[in-house]
Design a protein around this ligand. Structure first.
Ligand SMILES: NC(=O)c1ccc[n+]([C@@H]2O[C@H](COP(=O)([O-])OP(=O)(O)OC[C@H]3O[C@@H](n4cnc5c(N)ncnc54)[C@H](OP(=O)(O)O)[C@@H]3O)[C@@H](O)[C@H]2O)c1
Length: 337
């Protein structure tokens, strides 16, 4: 099985590559730019012919698309290139609540991409992923260091997942895709936590309490624009702030643990592992976890998860109207080959 990981320089792709290293699974990586290197192919998602060449001789591809206004167009070209190159299985990392009819732009794009993959003629598996804990070490890191974290809904619970768990799930599927063909797996963390509860855990890990400040979705968009994020991309990212303000959430998915074949990483372990990113001390001992600094490398040991707190506010009217009463939003069985 020859596997190629796309988006391999981003947080998700890097974690998958690290997980593969830990499992002894060999994988090629795809870079969107730069020079080819041993084990790395270079092709832009915006260049279908280069993609087809990059997919040549590959059995399975992990699709991780960057958040860009043309991400659905990239998906069309990538799936087309995979089919032409004879790729036998596509595993796509999408988002929980990804839905072509979602009232939030980024979730709509994710839904459109899911359809493109499902209808693309190559056997597929979708991994619908919850919000990553690593948001606290990337977009929120500066706020944590400054002592105040902004959120459009500090009290809505979310099933944050550690990217290392997402990587482990992807590794399981890619190592043996056929049992997962035509299936959508939801990947969540082991507990539902509000931003306020999460901030408490991070604050405890670094020995400094954090303030949590409620901001409007408009302020979240303005902050992205002020950071120089191009307007269309900023609008995609800010649509998640709107979803959060509307109370969009999801429950813990117990099947994640079965897919990753080990205990899941909980928020306390995550916060101890990444404390140096926020100016805290690395954990010397936390259920066996080692200090890892701000890398995506996978230490083999993780503490078992203990629920820390639950806070799940009631979704707003817009979310209640859009979400079905129960069951998945995107029904994989509709698309069984
Ligand atoms: N963060 C979350 O909480 C979360 C939760 C669920 C799902 N997701 C989804 O995960 C995906 C993003 O993952 P991420 O944060 O790891 O990615 P990211 O930081 O957006 O990284 C983008 C990756 O895409 C590659 N890339 C960019 N433009 C490209 C192009 N034109 N052609 C080929 N490759 C290109 C980059 O590689 P080069 O540098 O080599 O170009 C990089 O490796 C998104 O679809 C996001 O919605 C995220």
């Amino acid at each position: 099985m020859r596997i190629l990981v796309t988006g391999a320089s981003g947080p998700l792709g890097r974690a998958v590559v690290a997980e593969f290293d830990a499992l002894g699974v060999e994988a090629l990586t795809l870079r969107g730019r730069g020079d080819p290197a041993p084990g790395t192919r270079v092709a832009s998602f915006r260049d279908p012919d280069a993609l087809a060449r990059a997919f040549d001789g590959v059995d399975a591809v992990l699709l991780v698309f960057p958040i860009e206004p043309d991400m659905a167009r990239m998906a069309v070209d990538a799936v087309d290139a995979a089919r032409r190159a004879g790729v036998r299985h596509l595993v796509r990392i999408g988002a929980i609540h990804g839905d072509a009819h979602a009232p939030y732009a980024l979730l709509r794009e994710h839904g459109r991409i899911d359809r493109i993959v499902v209808e693309g003629g190559v056997p597929w598996t979708l991994l619908h992923t919850a919000g990553l804990m690593q948001r606290w070490t990337t977009r929120l890191a500066a706020q944590v260091r400054a002592g105040t974290v902004a959120s459009t809904e500090p009290d809505a619970g979310r099933p944050w997942v550690d990217v290392r768990d997402v990587a482990a799930a992807a590794a399981t599927v890619l190592a043996d895709p056929s049992p997962h063909a035509g299936r959508v797996h939801r990947i969540t963390g082991p507990e539902v936590l509000s931003v306020r509860a999460f901030a408490g855990i991070v604050g405890a890990a670094i020995g400094r309490p954090l303030r949590v400040e409620r901001v409007t979705p408009e302020a979240a968009l303005a902050a992205l624009l002020a950071q120089g994020v191009p307007p269309e991309r900023a609008a995609l990212l800010a649509s998640l702030a709107r979803a959060s303000a509307d109370g969009l959430t999801a429950p813990v998915e117990p099947s994640t643990r079965r897919l990753i074949l080990r205990p899941q990483i909980d928020a306390r372990t995550f916060a101890r592992d990444y404390a140096p990113v926020w100016g805290g001390e690395a954990a010397r001992s936390c259920g066996g976890a080692q200090s890892r600094s701000n890398t995506m490398s996978l230490a083999p040991s993780h503490s078992t998860s203990t629920p820390i707190g639950r806070s799940c506010s009631r979704p707003s009217t817009i979310v209640r109207k859009w979400l079905p009463a129960s069951g998945p939003i995107f029904d994989a069985n509709e698309h069984e080959p």
